[in-house]
Design a protein around this ligand. Structure first.
Ligand code: NDP
Ligand code: MG
Length: 386
């Protein structure tokens, strides 16, 4: 993939600016003095106000209506425009910027990604649900508008970096590393009694709640497998999932000659976030440096897909294609929200995802309408079962 370098002065839009990736993106912007064109958030008007006062964007879009009203009142003494709703979020993504960082959580990120690409804005993509549900549409929009998508997810950034300088060379496989999450080594019986508090304690990364639960079920790796297939045009069987408990090797690429090129570093999302913005340059960063002596040992193991069924379901969904990954994702979003709300135990997430994927029929045709329909049938299915 040939991607052009960006200018040195950067004006960014950050969607999902109050979240884990969003706040770290603003840390990077603060360090390098990047301008902020627009911000978006959902409910957290307190942090959105602080960010708006510090970075002085033109626009802040709040999805939640009462948060919008509160923020509008709080920013009344400024000339910052405050907007609200799904359409406004797409309009925000379409404002001209050097890069739109999409760090919202969930498939709600799909239309803003498309809006950014259709406005010819380069996209730094953290929102993996975008590629899982609407990968074909996103790729087509990027191609039609001749704009690039640079991955921020640490594994995909590592793969992207491992592909640099190798265009034209045949790759044999992608090695997608997984931390294994807090329940690595547990059997089905042990998973029946785990708590939300335990699920939210990720061994290596500090992230938003939804992705932290996804890491505990291994659905995160399933979504990332689909993300890798979409981003790097490989078949699902070319993606090998390897559990690597230390999260130091962020992923790798094996070439035809047997050479394996990977990217290593401390587990800190500011590294892939910054690289997405500065690509192909590298700048000094706020992140700690890796000491292999301190790490000592790197281990690699197979994932247990019989216990962690979400990963196996993701493989099946990408093999089916069409709207099957959307059904998987919709069931998972609904089940994870129910788990976080204390309505179902942890092990039910996998069960609900599996039965939903088996019972809801997918469509081969992928459009915004078929995606929306598949997503709502999956969510309704899960809601009925809980
Ligand atoms: P968080 O939950 O920390 O943040 C999510 C952001 O999205 C917040 O700004 C939130 O607003 C906003 N948001 C939530 N719901 C909506 C909605 N319905 N409409 C619009 N905005 C909404 O998530 P993360 O930062 O952890 O993750 C963001 C994305 O990046 C996810 O897709 C995740 O899988 C991916 N990712 C995250 C990594 C990480 O280290 N965190 C690593 C790799 C990928 P508010 O807070 O105001 O309610
Ligand atoms: Mg990841």
């Amino acid at each position: 993939m040939m991607i052009e370098a960006m200018n040195d002065t950067k004006i960014l839009t950050v969607l999902g600016s109050t979240g884990s990736i969003g706040t770290q993106t603003l840390d990077v912007a603060r360090m390098h003095g990047y301008g902020i064109k627009a911000l978006s958030a959902n409910t957290n008007f307190t942090l959105a106000e602080q960010q708006a006062r510090e970075f002085r964007p033109e626009t802040v879009c709040m999805t939640d209506e009462s948060a919008y009203r509160e923020l509008k009142a709080r920013l009344a003494d400024t000339d910052i425009k405050v907007t609200c709703g799904k359409e406004a979020l797409c309009e925000t993504a379409a404002i001209k910027a050097d890069m739109v960082i999409n760090a919202v959580v969930g498939m709600v990120g799909l239309e803003p990604t498309l809006a950014a690409l259709n406005a010819k804005n380069r996209v730094g993509l953290a929102n993996k649900e975008t590629l899982v549900t609407g990968g074909e549409l996103v790729k087509a929009a990027a191609k039609a508008n001749n704009v690039d998508i640079i991955p921020i997810d640490s594994e995909h950034s590592a793969i992207f970096q491992s592909l640099m300088g190798n265009s034209g060379n045949k790759i044999e496989k992608i090695i997608l590393t997984a931390s294994g999450g807090p329940f690595f080594g547990y059997n089905k019986e042990q998973l029946r009694s785990v708590t939300l508090e335990q699920a939210l304690k990720h061994p290596n990364w500090s992230m938003g709640k939804k992705i932290t639960v996804d890491s505990a079920t291994l659905m995160n790796k399933g979504l990332e497998l689909i993300e890798a297939v979409r981003l790097f045009n490989v078949t699902p069987d070319m993606v090998e999932v390897v559990v690597h408990r230390q999260s130091i090797l962020h992923s790798a690429v094996e070439y035809e000659d047997g050479a394996v090129i990977g990217q290593l570093g401390v587990p800190d999302m500011k590294i892939p976030i910054q690289f997405a913005v500065t690509y192909p340059k590298r700048l000094a960063s706020l992140s700690a440096k890796l000491s292999l002596f301190d790490v000592g040992t790197l281990t690699f193991e197979r994932a247990d897909e019989e216990t962690f069924v979400c990963l196996a379901e993701a493989r099946k969904a990408i093999a089916k294609g069409g709207t099957a990954p959307t059904i998987l994702n919709g069931a998972n979003e609904a089940a994870v929200a129910a788990f976080i709300a204390g309505k179902i135990p942890f092990y039910r997430i996998g069960e609900l995802v599996s039965s939903c994927c088996a019972e809801i029929t997918h469509k081969g045709d992928v459009t915004l309408d078929t995606i929306a329909e598949a997503d709502s049938s999956a969510r309704e299915y899960v809601m009925k079962k809980i």
